[in-house]
Design a protein around this ligand. Structure first.
Ligand code: CTP
Length: 410
C-alpha cells in the first residue's frame, strides 16, 4: 500500500505542447495504485489523443460537459465528487485565468468549480506568458484560495525561448500530490536527517567504509517532507536520488558529516542520526596511490570522536533520535547507546538479518525510548518504518506539550 493507493485523482489536461507529458503523469499515478480519471479540454486533444490517456488510465476520458451526462447522473458533478484530488497538468494560461475568475465554460473549468477536494495546478507556457502580470495575478488568486501551484521548471522551452515555463517532471507532480494528500502533522518541524555511509580515505583511490546505502535515512527524510516538515539531509556517498522537497548536503568522510551536522544543528527542531558514521579512519592518508607490496601491509586506524553526546548536551527542547546497528545483544546495546548519547529514543536494527539493516528495502526495528518504553516492529518497508519513527516523534511532542501546559497552569 502506497500513499496514493485507492485514491481517486482527476487529471485535467489543457492545450499546450506539454500535454504529451500528461501521459507520463497518468502512467506514474496508475503505477502508484491511484484510480485515475482524465478530463481534457478541446485544445488538449489537438496535442494528445484521448485514446492514449484512456489506455494509460484504464478509464474512459472525459472530453466535454455533455458526453458525461449519462442516465440520471450529472457527469461533471460526479467527477468532482469522486476526486480525492484534482491536478491540472499542464495548466494553460487560459484555464488558469478562467479558474481564477470562476468561469465554467467547459468540462475542466466546470469540474474545478464543483470540486471540494484539494486542487493543484502545474502551469506550462511560454516564459513571457508566465511572466505576464495577468497570469501572475491569476496564479496569486488561485493560491489565495488554497490551490497548490507546482512551479514550472526553467530551461529550453518548446517555443524556442529559454526561461521558466516548462512543465515540472511528472514524478515531481506526483510527489506534490502525495504531500497534498498526506496528513500534515509535522508542519513547523525542521528535521535534520543524516544518512548513508562515510568513506575514510587510505590514499587517493582507496577508502574504508561500511555497507550502509542510506535507504533508511532517505525514507525518513521523504516521509517527513510529505508530512509537512522542512527537511535537510546530510548524506554520505549514496546512489539514491534526493527525495523531492528535501535539501541534500553531500559529504564524504565522518569529519565532514559531523561538521555539517554540527553546523545545521542550531537550525533543526529534530535530529535523526541515521548515518552509519565510521568509528575509525586511516591514521595517515597517503598523498599518492600506494603501490602493491608482496609482504602485505598493516593499516593503522585511529578512532573518530563520537560527536553526538556533545550535540545532545546542547539540545534544549530539540528531539534527538539515534540509530544502532547491531549484530548481537540488540536491546542491551541500544539501551546503553541511548543513555551514553543522551538520546530521546534510539532505533535499533539487527544488521545481520537478511531482511533488515543495510541495502534492503525492509527493516525490523526495536525502538527504545528514554522513558523506558520499548517496541519491536514486524518486518515493514523502510518507508513504513520512517513513518512509524515520525509517529513516535509526534507522540513525544504531544507528551511534552501536555507536560508544558500542566506546568504552566500549576
Ligand atoms: N554516531 C555518531 N558519531 C559517530 C559514530 C556514531 O554520531 N562517530 C551515531 C550514529 O549515527 C548512530 C549512533 O551514533 O545514530 C549509534 O551508531 P553505532 O555505529 O550503532 O554505534 P557506535 O556509537 O559507533 O558504537 P559501536 O561501534 O560500539 O556499536
Amino acid at each position: 500500500m502506497g500513499p496514493l493507493s485507492d485514491k481517486t485523482i482527476v487529471v485535467g489536461v489543457c492545450g499546450g505542447i506539454a500535454a504529451y507529458k500528461a501521459a507520463e503523469l497518468v502512467r506514474l499515478l496508475t503505477a502508484a495504485e491511484a484510480r485515475v480519471r482524465v478530463m481534457m479540454t478541446r485544445n488538449a486533444q489537438e496535442f494528445i489523443t484521448p485514446l492514449t490517456l484512456q489506455t494509460l488510465s484504464m478509464n474512459t476520458v472525459a472530453t466535454d460537459t455533455f458526453s458525461l451526462t449519462q442516465e440520471s447522473e450529472i457527469g461533471h458533478i460526479r467527477l468532482a465528487d469522486t476526486a480525492d484530488a484534482i491536478v491540472i497538468a499542464p495548466a494553460s494560461a487560459d484555464v488558469i485565468g478562467k479558474a481564477a475568475h470562476g468561469l465554467a465554460d467547459d468540462l475542466v473549468t466546470t469540474v474545478l468549480l464543483a470540486a471540494r477536494c484539494p486542487i493543484a495546478f502545474a502551469p506550462a507556457m511560454n516564459v513571457h506568458m508566465y511572466e505576464h502580470p495577468a497570469v501572475i495575478e491569476n496564479i496569486a488568486r488561485l493560491q489565495a484560495r488554497g490551490i497548490r501551484i507546482v512551479e514550472p521548471a526553467a530551461g529550453a522551452l518548446a517555443c524556442g525561448y529559454e526561461g521558466r515555463g516548462r512543465l515540472p517532471e511528472p514524478a515531481f507532480i506526483v510527489e506534490e500530490l502525495t504531500q497534498m494528500l498526506s496528513r500534515h502533522d509535522l508542519e513547523g518541524e525542521r528535521l535534520l536527517v543524516t544518512a548513508g555511509p562515510t568513506q575514510e580515505a587510505i590514499d587517493p583511490v582507496r577508502f574504508v567504509s561500511n555497507r550502509s546505502t542510506g535507504k533508511m535515512g532517505f525514507a525518513i527524510a521523504r516521509a517527513a517532507w510529505r508530512r509537512g516538515a522542512s527537511v535537510r539531509l546530510v548524506a554520505g556517498p549514496s546512489a539514491l536520488p534526493t527525495p523531492y522537497g528535501v535539501e541534500r548536503i553531500e559529504v564524504v568522510s565522518a569529519a565532514e558529516l559531523l561538521g555539517a551536522t554540527a553546523r545545521i544543528f542550531p537550525w533543526c527542531s529534530t535530529l535523526v542520526m541515521a548515518a552509519a558514521v565510521a568509528d575509525f579512519r586511516p591514521a595517515n592518508r597517503a598523498a599518492h596511490k600506494l603501490k602493491k607490496n608482496p609482504k602485505g601491509m598493516v593499516l593503522e586506524l585511529t578512532a573518530i570522536m563520537d560527536e553526538l553526546p556533545r550535540l545532545t548536551a546542547q539540545k534544549g527542547d530539540r528531539v534527538v533520535i539515534g540509530f544502532a546497528a547491531e549484530t548481537e545483544d540488540l536491546e542491551a546495546n541500544a539501551a546503553d547507546k541511548l543513555q551514553r548519547k543522551m538520546l530521546d529514543f534510539i532505533v535499533a536494527n539487527d544488521v545481520s538479518r537478511p531482511d533488515a539493516g543495510f541495502a534492503v528495502d525492509t527493516n525490523v526495528v526495536t525502538i527504545v525510548a528514554a522513558d523506558g518504553q520499548r517496541e519491536t516492529t514486524p518486518r515493514l518497508s523502510k518507508d513504513e518504518v520512517g513513518d512509524l519513527i515520525l509517529d513516535r516523534l509526534m507522540s513525544l511532542r504531544a507528551v511534552r506539550a501536555k507536560l508544558g501546559s500542566r506546568l504552566a497552569s500549576s
